[in-house]
Design a protein around this ligand. Structure first.
Ligand code: ZN
Length: 250
């Protein structure tokens, strides 16, 4: 019972200024960063934590982020590399609904979506400053099946915990994977972007509540230390290149 394999699915890369990676620091330095999702093979089902971005949507709304995504880096191709079809995914867990975390869900119409209810509401009716971040809402259809993430610490399935880490967006969750005899894996999502911002406790320039964001960052740092977890950074190119990429697995 529990988590059998964990794979990182490559979704390509994007460019933003370094001052958006670390809020207000080091302006004028465009930086390319990776985007990926996490595929979890579990005895209870096949789960996906976030789903990457959709190239067409980014070209339409955020072309300045210079999307670099090959056909091989689309979600259906990445699943295929692992021996799965899009219809095999039982559920998607969204850390939050920024376009680079939910864009692949257009390929998964039958999967259940687990997300914070307030997060969905803010995605569908964004504050003006957040509208670009929430520019991909294709996953939301009349027949979309949602389940709500509620609580500080959710036991999603045996060995899969979701931790409420708000601030980057109104309802943001990080992922903790625990298996017997292995170091826990902590996917902090957009609580912070890189190894440097993890160390310096800096947050990105995109946020709903910066103080809550820093509090969430300290919470996951404390947890990572207490559990001696391997921390997987979300948008750090050097770190990404050091990780195993699908179809390799953890
Ligand atoms: Zn984000």
């Amino acid at each position: 019972m529990g988590v059998e394999r964990v794979r990182l699915l490559d979704s390509g890369s994007l460019v933003i200024d370094r001052s958006h990676i670390m809020w207000n620091i080091d302006t004028g330095n465009p930086t390319r960063f990776p985007v990926y999702s996490v595929l979890i093979e579990h005895t209870d089902g096949l789960f996906l934590f976030d789903s990457g971005y959709d190239r067409g949507t980014v070209e339409e709304y955020l072309a300045f982020e210079e999307p670099d995504q090959t056909e091989e880096q689309t979600l259906p191709a990445q699943l295929d590399r692992c021996g799965f079809a899009t219809g095999d995914v039982d559920a998607v867990i969204n850390s939050h609904l920024h376009f680079d975390h939910c864009g692949g869900q257009r390929h998964l119409p039958d999967a259940v979506t687990w997300v914070g209810k307030e997060e969905l509401r803010h995605c569908l009716v964004p504050e003006s400053f957040a509208a670009l971040g929430y520019s991909d809402r294709v996953f939301h259809r009349p027949d979309s099946a949602y389940r709500w993430l509620e609580g500080e610490e959710i036991d999603f399935a045996d060995g899969i915990k979701l931790l409420r880490t708000p601030g980057h967006t109104i309802e943001h969750y990080s992922l903790l994977i625990e298996r017997d005899g292995q170091r826990p894996m902590l996917f902090c999502a957009d609580v912070t972007y890189t190894g440097e911002t993890w160390e310096k406790e800096l947050i990105s320039g995109f946020h709903y509540d910066p103080v809550a964001n820093v509090t969430s960052l300290r919470r996951v740092k404390h947890l990572a230390k207490r559990l001696d977890a391997d921390v997987f950074l979300t948008h750090d190119m050097d770190a990404w290149e050091s990780y195993k990429h699908a179809p390799d697995h953890y």
